[in-house]
Ligand binder design. Structure first.
Ligand code: ATP
Length: 945
């Protein structure tokens, strides 16, 4: 592509920007200003998604001073065009292309035909097909959920479909460790971005998870986030950008970077976000008297962000108070008082009893009237709504349960799935290794103490590596299991790094360390080295930092070099291996030194909580109740320890039973509805079935000049060629090729392939490129039908309904582009039904250029007449389409509004903005539909020969 300052180009991917103008060209980069949108874009000049705007003789152009000219001559001087044309009074004007109106984008199909420019039959057919496909996609109920590279897990799909469709969702995703909270957040985000409900997103995570999030968002959802750290932030500032956070739409950063600098945090707040995501949100400390810096930082951000997703596997890590701390971030006006919240929580037991009674009746399919006391309670819970649901032939129990759960206190803001509910997880196998206490530790008076849990830290030099029996045991284990990947977690950083060095340097083990003193890049490298199947590290030795969020499920051996006092940390440690994607049983090894506090702590976890067997969610609250006594026993063991274990075991059992009865059971019910999930999964599978996408895309590749080579059954290798239609094709720039697959199954096992679905950016951008340009919008064909006289002309016109409304209203769900196809002859006869589009395609042939151009000159007035007839027919359909759209709008949105108003009466967790959103959707939607108009998208003139 060659560029000169002042030339006019349009963006192939963002046509709404209007007519662009080259503002700067440095050889490698080209800067384009789009005055209509007030935006600038910088592109790599060899791969810019731009198309040159060239008008020819006979075209109509509009100038910046609103004059319309019929072009009579075009000249070029140093790459810039000069147009001469006549205005409506016949007066001649000459303008440079710089003076063109920046709101003009495309040349209308009829103008292209009049000026002798036309496409062959294939581009025209592709354009019409694209319009029809887009119409189907706009109406699909799986929209926004098709594009993620994930397997269909009901609990995730359910949460995603429930939350993603909300306006500015604010929820706490609190599934148990490893169940896929990141994936759920990604799905919600993908939906919101894909449907235009959100565009500016900030993700805040612990340092150690920045890279993992970057990779997961890209690999699974095709979302390219920019990592913001100090270096990046300073670099953007140095380029003159006042607020670096405004330079990108999708930003990923660490909590320590944000909270560590007041200026950074203030600028992040000032930038404003549609969606804020905070991972490992239990780190945000708050109590009624004070809050941590990190908490304050997220609190300020959550106030300027419309949507908020908080992720934590341990929502109640430090008890109800900390749980409340996160809820008040989600909705401060609803969760305003800790005491009120505590009282509400106590009432969930009662609500659960009601739900259980209803469920029992439902399973008996009883038609007898509900007992009076039940009716009474339901009235309390559901207010006016209860009457309607209870009365009638038989009470609609399922609907009542659904509404109770919907209106349940934290129901709308909290989702928590547990392993027991999700199922399909591997078995855990515990291996204990009781080891003799070495003399040096024996002599150490701290054998029974908190520091005795990590006795190696009481020894001054590296001598511990020689005498600690855990080291000897570990070395032997690694040598005996050379083919296995082994994850070791230690409580102390120095233990991890010294141990790793020892194994690597003195025992010849391929190992890597993963500790907090390493930089993020070093840690990511270590993680990648461990993940490598051939020649990778056999063992990764982590400090506690490795126990959070990371994906190590390719390993099935976890060695707990010591045990943490905090049970949540133990759950997190095991969660590294025990997560989705783990295909083996998990071996948990606990080497401990006999007759030390280590052995006691091991017994506490095994016999007191049985925590090696499964995560229990309430572990921290049990620990809290016994913490003092436990610590006393760890430091001064006594015969009371046995009683402590028994008491703790009984407490664990009773707490779990109460949990089953109480709030958590309700939460579980509300966090996954298998039936609804199955419906959405079926819709996604429907959209993926068959070969329609593959055939469509291969047609696109062919017509856009992209080389598409067979790789295997569902996979292809794409390469750019010199014959590419516009020098650019989305996602295809690598000379070595881009490998794609249309199969979700294959994509899940082949990270090196792009998963191309209907929502992949390559497909979405291809469709935009076709519809936002003149591609295929004017075509000329011949046919030879004996029943018609030679020289008979037919005009096939395709219109869409153009409706201007803010993107976030998603007006297309009520009024899709609805292509209207009309076929007319010169007498204004409507032949649309007589010869359908597909039939006509088989009859049409291409016309050679000189013949076609000569012919078009002669039939201009016939085209005008036929187009008038066609437009008339299309416009006749407009009132019906509008009416149907108004009905759909009412049908879809009124129940939503009514539901939200009903909810608001009894559940204050509904925010005013949510109600307002639905109201304005209905009002503004109705107005926009009323203003909709037909727009000509494509024309085909057919001459019978
Ligand atoms: N639907 C899915 N399809 C394929 N892989 C999945 C799916 N869901 C989760 N995974 C994989 O399972 C692992 C755990 O998922 P994820 O990291 O989202 O869990 P999490 O709940 O956030 O974990 P943690 O509690 O440790 O933070 C990841 O490797 C993820 O890629």
């Amino acid at each position: 592509m060659s560029f000169s300052i002042g030339q006019r180009w349009v963006s192939l991917t963002e046509s709404h920007l209007g007519l662009g103008m080259i503002a700067e060209f440095t050889g490698r980069q080209v800067t384009v200003s789009f005055p209509a949108a007030g935006e600038m874009r910088v592109y790599a000049s060899n791969n810019a998604p731009l198309s040159r705007v060239l008008y020819g003789e006979g075209d109509t152009i509009r100038t910046a001073d609103n004059r319309q000219l019929l072009v009579t001559a075009v000249e070029e001087f140093q790459g810039i065009l000069k147009y001469t044309g006549t205005d409506e009074y016949g007066k001649s004007h000459t303008i440079r292309e710089v003076q063109l109106d920046c709101f003009t984008q495309l040349i209308a199909p009829q103008q292209r035909l009049f000026s002798g420019h036309y496409n062959k039959k294939a581009p025209f057919q592709l354009r019409v097909e694209t319009l029809n496909l887009l119409n189907d996609l706009q109406q699909s109920n799986a929209k926004g959920l098709i594009g993620s590279r994930t397997s269909h897990l009901p609990h995730q799909i359910y949460i995603a479909s429930e939350v993603a469709r909300r306006h500015a969702p604010r929820v706490l995703l609190a599934d148990e460790v490893g169940l896929g909270k990141t994936i759920e957040a990604g799905m919600i985000l993908h939906y919101q971005l894909h449907t235009g409900r959100a565009s500016r997103v900030l993700i805040v995570v612990p340092d150690s998870l920045v890279h993992q999030w970057l990779v997961e968002m890209l690999r699974r959802f095709n979302l390219k986030f920019s990592i913001f750290d100090k270096a990046r932030f300073d670099a953007i500032k140095a380029e003159g950008q006042e607020n670096p956070f405004e330079a990108e739409q999708l930003v990923l950063t660490s909590l320590s970077f944000l909270a560590g600098n007041d200026q950074v945090s203030a600028l992040a707040n000032a930038a404003g976000w549609d969606m804020l995501i905070v991972d490992e949100a239990h780190h945000l400390h708050w109590d009624e008297t004070q809050s941590s810096r990190e908490y304050q930082c997220v609190e300020a951000l959550s106030a300027v962000s419309e949507g908020l997703l908080l992720l934590t596997a341990t929502p109640e890590q430090i008890g109800l108070e900390s749980h409340f701390a996160r809820l008040r971030l989600l909705d401060p006006s609803r969760f305003y008082d800790l005491e009120v919240f505590k009282a509400e929580e106590a009432g969930y037991q009662k609500l659960n009893e009601v739900v259980q009674r209803l469920q029992e009746r439902d399973s008996l399919a009883g038609k007898e009237p509900l007992e009076d006391d039940l009716v009474h309670v339901l009235r309390d819970y559901l207010g006016d709504e209860a009457e309607q649901l209870i009365s009638g032939e038989a009470a609609n129990l399922e609907l009542i349960i659904e509404k109770l759960l919907d209106r349940h206190g934290t129901g709308r803001v909290l989702f928590r799935n547990t392993r027991s509910a999700v199922k399909g997880f591997p078995e855990r196998v515990l291996h204990t290794h009781a080891l003799k206490c070495p003399a040096l530790y024996e002599a150490d008076m701290k054998r029974f103490s908190i520091s005795g849990l990590t006795p190696e830290r009481n020894i001054e030099d590296l001598f511990w590596l020689k005498i600690d029996p855990r080291v000897t045991w570990l070395t032997e284990f690694l040598k005996e299991n050379r083919q296995e990947k082994v994850l070791v977690i230690c409580a102390k950083e120095s233990t991890a790094s010294e141990l790793e060095q020892h194994l690597r340097l003195y025992e010849g083990v391929r190992s890597a360390a993963f500790t907090e003193s390493m930089s993020i890049i070093e840690r990511d490298r270590a993680g990648a080295y461990f993940a490598e199947t051939e020649n990778g590290a056999q063992v990764l030795i982590c400090s506690e930092i490795g126990s959070e969020g990371r994906n190590f499920q390719f390993s099935r051996h976890l060695i707990l070099f010591d045990l943490p006092l905090n049970p949540d940390l133990l759950e997190q440690r095991i969660g590294r291996l025990d997560r989705i994607g783990q295909v083996h049983d998990i071996n948990i090894h606990v080497p401990f030194i006999e007759n030390t506090s280590q052995q006691y702590l091991y017994r506490w976890y095994k016999e007191g909580m049985n925590l090696f067997a499964r995560p229990i969610g309430v572990a921290y609250s049990i620990y809290e109740q016994f913490a003092e006594r436990l610590e006393a026993e760890l430091c001064h063991p006594s015969e009371r320890f046995e009683a402590l274990l028994q008491e703790a075991a009984a407490k664990t059992e009773s707490t779990l039973a109460a949990q089953e009865e109480g709030r958590d059971k309700l939460l579980e019910l509300h966090s996954c509805n298998e039936e609804k999930a199955a419906e959405v999964i079926a819709l996604i599978e429907d959209a993926e079935e068959g070969s329609q996408l593959q055939e469509y895309m291969e047609n696109v590749f062919n017509l856009f000049g992209v080389d598409c080579e067979y790789h295997s059954e569902n996979a292809r290798i794409l390469r750019p060629t010199e014959h590419m239609h516009s020098g650019y094709f989305p996602g295809v720039s690598d000379e070595d090729g881009t490998t794609i697959t249309y199969s979700r199954k294959q994509a899940l096992s082949r990270d090196d392939m792009q998963f191309v679905s209907w929502e992949h950016p390559m497909v979405v951008e291809s469709m935009e490129m076709i519809l936002n340009s003149e591609f295929g919008n004017a075509s000329l064909a011949t046919m030879a039908v004996k029943a018609l006289k030679p020289g008979t002309l037919l005009l096939e016109a395709v219109f869409t309904i153009n409706c201007v409304a803010p993107k976030r209203f998603q007006i297309e769900q009520f009024l899709p582009i609805s292509p209207i196809r009309v076929l007319v002859d010169i007498n204004g006869q409507d032949l649309s039904q007589v010869v359908p589009h597909d039939k006509l395609n088989t009859l049409c042939d291409n016309v050679k250029k000189p013949t076609g151009q000569a012919l078009l000159k002669q039939v201009k007035s016939e085209i005008e007449t036929m187009l008038e007839h066609a437009t008339g027919f299309a416009e006749k359909q407009l009132p019906d389409i509008r009416e149907q759209a108004q009905n759909t709008l009412q049908l879809k949105m009124m129940p939503e509004l009514e539901r939200i108003l009903a909810l608001k009466k009894i559940n204050p967790s509904i925010r005013d903005e949510e109600v307002e959103y639905f109201r304005s959707c209905i009002e503004q939607g109705a107005r926009a539909i009323g203003r909709s108009a037909v727009q000509l998208q494509a024309l085909r003139l057919i001459v019978n020969t």
